[in-house]
Design a binder for this molecule. Structure first.
Ligand code: 3PY
Ligand code: MG
Length: 249
């Protein structure tokens, strides 16, 4: 078997995901069934902890989508555990150097390519340890000024399968204000530089969409995978939309 998400990422057509930040099987299954190409379980900023992944990943799978787990930190133990619990891949925050990228990529691979320990529990097997090494996804987040400087070194690291830009942390690290429209020219220039580094090394680059109005511009620019929204926002928006209309009657 092959990792369908990896196939989509290499196909060239845009790939869309959404954030799971609520650690409950019912909402996770609903997100998994919504039609996105992947669900990004946010174990960095969201409420999901590693204790809940064993329930969330199968629930999302039951809905029909693969899971990527955003780790709280670039910790090999967490990457291995997320993969052993059935994630299609991991998203590793704050990758700033080649060494950071190698640490993340090798945690996801069995020897001889890496240091992943064997014990899959419900991890996805792609036939052999070598095949599994080829199929799991290690997505490195570039979201610091140092990561921007090292974008080529990160994007060319063996086993780094994609770059996900964190525009908010990147702006903060560059001394810029938080602005979800991402319109500061210095931030735009930085994001373009990362995108171009990815393109130079045939490494797909993704970004979060702060509103789906950003999607067509992002696709045109060359971003290959994007996240839109997430469970908490979807509940809030749906509920607010209804009560707003009701109050207008
Ligand atoms: C950031 O913008 O820093 C992110 O991590 C987005 O997910
Ligand atoms: Mg971030």
């Amino acid at each position: 078997s092959t990792n369908a998400l990896r196939e989509k990422l290499t196909s060239g057509s845009p790939v869309f995901g959404t954030f799971c930040s609520i650690p409950h099987v019912t909402s996770a299954e609903a997100l998994g069934g919504a039609g996105f190409d992947f669900v990004l379980v946010d174990a960095q900023h969201g409420a999901p902890t590693f204790d809940t992944l064993v329930q969330l990943i199968p629930a999302i799978q039951l809905g029909g989508a693969p899971s990527l787990i955003r780790l709280p930190w670039n910790d090999p133990a967490l990457a291995m555990r997320a993969l052993d619990l059935g994630a299609a891949g991991v998203v590793v925050p704050l990758i700033s150097t080649r060494q950071d990228a190698e640490r993340a990529a090798t945690a996801c691979r069995y020897p001889p390519s890496g240091i992943r320990s064997f014990g899959q529990v419900r991890g996805l097997s792609y036939g052999s340890t070598a095949a599994t090494n080829d199929e799991v996804l290690c997505i490195a987040m570039i979201e610091t000024a140092e990561g921007l400087e090292n974008a080529d070194a990160i994007a060319s690291t063996p086993g780094v399968d994609g770059i996900f830009i964190g525009p908010v942390d990147l702006a903060l690290s560059m001394g810029l204000p938080v602005d979800f429209t991402l319109s500061d020219p210095r931030l735009k220039e930085a994001m373009t530089a990362i995108l171009e580094a990815g393109q130079r090394h045939d490494c797909p680059v993704g970004m979060p969409l702060f509103g789906i109005g950003m999607a067509s511009g992002a696709i045109e620019a060359g971003y290959r995978f994007m996240t839109a929204g997430g469970d908490g926002g979807y509940i809030r928006m749906g509920a607010m939309g209804d009560i707003t209309k009701l109050r207008e009657i």
